[in-house]
Design a protein around this ligand. Structure first.
Ligand code: UDP
Length: 481
């Protein structure tokens, strides 16, 4: 009898933490179902995840890694620039010029990537939405390409509704907010958060507009979409995406729940800037639901002045907190972002982590009672899985939509407001509302139910578990054996 070879899926993530982390988790989920998986990435990114991948291998699940050299120097970037995280800085914001070069280097990966496809002949390619050439490459070898957006169904639906409507022309002057047309739920967006369209874009970011256009076109030619979410979280929007927008999509999340052992929750691509045991010991000494966790993801660009304002708001709120800042103590930048004597005054009450935090480990601790987040989709879902209400403070892109899902649809979040600059009073008010009092309790109860639903979704028979099953089945039936 002829043995049928294992289904083989290639994963091609974007080179940024917010995309690599869920991709590695996704690969693990496929591997747990007996699928052979290979992640294609660059040397530095591969080494960042080597421990997670090694552990997965030891437990008998086949995650392979193939490495492509990243042509940083060829496009005029310094050697070792292999992560787009490096283009987001707190002092200068986004360095568009570097991001443009980074993007050029990404395009240069197409040819060596195609060689890999030819050599390994996988049965499917899951590639990040931001890598438009992936569809052509896969089509060339007759392989279905799945798109991974790394965001919510809600954000996918909302942004599609906005694109169709060209809201800038339709917004009445003087109005402050805008109801997203056709989207279920009468979702309101403040005018300041309307997406910018090419006409409003300056030349510097033009390459980005082109990239978005190419990615959109590539998606239309791809096989389907894979989403890190679960049905019970945003059912109306899953249905809208599939039935009204007519997309072929599978939800397989929350993928972070595939990291059940603590050891895997700690190093998610970066070494923690704090000793994990110390951190947990500190949390163990606190009452349940008494500590606010604050982290704005891997690309936050808040100015020193804004960070200082956060510190003032926090101190005035008298809450206990863990606050993650993307700054090192010995950075050339001084510590002007921290009010004088802040750490002394908040000793025992607050913990500042300078650098990378073991986020999932912290969030899952019972002492954590709230999460101040930028609403990056991974963080948002991790907050949902931990069953905590959120203080929402989006900075850009899909984060504005994810915020609305938390505050307007699920009602488990309080926004700090829609201004670019947020005053300490507004910060203090939002964190207190999220942590204490009747509204906080109601939100916490709803959040806990969602956390339960999330766990059930990825267990045998759950909505995400079944969706992944049917995806694997479909990929098997598409195979040319
Ligand atoms: N993260 C972490 N420690 C940090 C900062 C971020 O573990 O100090 C992880 C976080 O758990 C999440 C990811 O990095 O999985 C960030 O992704 P997200 O989509 O929330 O935001 P982005 O960084 O892409 O803006």
């Amino acid at each position: 009898e002829r043995q049928i070879p294992q289904l083989h899926v290639f994963f091609l993530p974007l080179l940024a933490h917010g995309h690599l982390i869920p991709t590695v988790d996704m690969a693990k989920m496929f591997a747990d179902r007996g699928v052979k998986t290979t992640i294609i990435t660059t040397p530095l990114n591969a080494s960042a995840f080597s421990n997670t991948i090694r552990r997965s291998k030891e437990s008998g699940n086949d995650i392979g890694v193939r490495i492509l050299k990243f042509p940083a120097v060829e496009v005029g970037l310094p050697e070792g620039f292999e992560s787009s995280d490096m283009m987001f800085t707190s002092q200068e914001g986004i360095k568009w010029e570097l991001l443009n070069k980074f993007n050029q280097a990404m395009f240069m990966l197409q040819q060596p990537f195609e060689q890999l496809l030819q050599e390994c002949k996988p049965d499917c390619l899951v590639a990040d939405w931001f890598i438009p050439w992936a569809t052509d490459a896969a089509n060339k070898y007759g392989i279905p390409r799945l798109v991974f957006h790394g965001t919510s169904f809600f954000a996918l639906c909302a942004s599609a509704c906005m694109r169709l409507y060209e809201p800038h022309e339709k917004v009445q002057s003087g109005s402050e907010s805008f109801v997203v047309p056709n989207l279920p739920g009468d979702i309101e967006l403040p005018i300041s958060q309307l997406p910018k369209y090419s006409s409003a874009q300056d030349v510097e970011t033009d390459f980005f507009t082109k990239l978005l256009k190419a990615a959109g076109e590539a998606e239309l030619k791809s096989y389907g979409v894979i989403v890190n979410s679960f049905y019970e979280l945003e059912a109306s929007y899953v249905d809208y995406y599939r039935n009204v927008m007519g997309k072929k999509a599978w939800h397989i999340g929350p993928v972070s729940l595939c990291n059940r052992e603590n050891i895997d929750k700690t190093e998610r691509g970066n070494k923690s800037a704090i000793d994990e045991h110390e951190c947990l010991k500190w949390l163990d000494s606190k009452q349940p639901d008494s500590v606010l966790y604050i982290c704005f993801g891997s690309l936050n660009t808040f100015s020193s002045a804004q960070l200082k304002e956060i510190a003032m708001g926090l101190e005035a709120s008298e809450l206990q907190f863990i606050w993650v800042v993307r700054k090192q103590k010995n950075d050339n930048e001084d510590e002007e972002w921290l009010p004088e004597g802040f750490e002394k005054r908040t000793e025992g009450k607050g913990l500042i982590i300078r650098g990378w935090a073991p986020q999932v480990l912290i969030l899952d601790h019972e002492a954590i009672g709230g999460f101040m987040t930028h609403c990056g989709w991974n963080s948002t879902l991790e907050g949902v899985c931990a069953g905590v209400p959120m203080v929402t403070w989006p900075e850009r892109g899909d984060q504005f939509y994810n915020e609305k899902l938390m505050t307007q649809v699920l009602k488990i979040g309080v926004s700090v407001g829609t201004q670019k600059w947020v005053e300490r009073e507004a910060i203090g008010k939002a964190v207190k509302e999220t942590m204490k009092g009747e509204r906080a309790e109601e939100m916490r109860n709803r959040a806990r139910k969602l956390a339960e639903a999330a766990k059930m979704a990825v267990e045998k028979g759950g909505s995400s578990y079944s969706d992944l099953d049917s995806l694997i089945q479909e990929l098997n039936s598409e195979r040319k054996l």
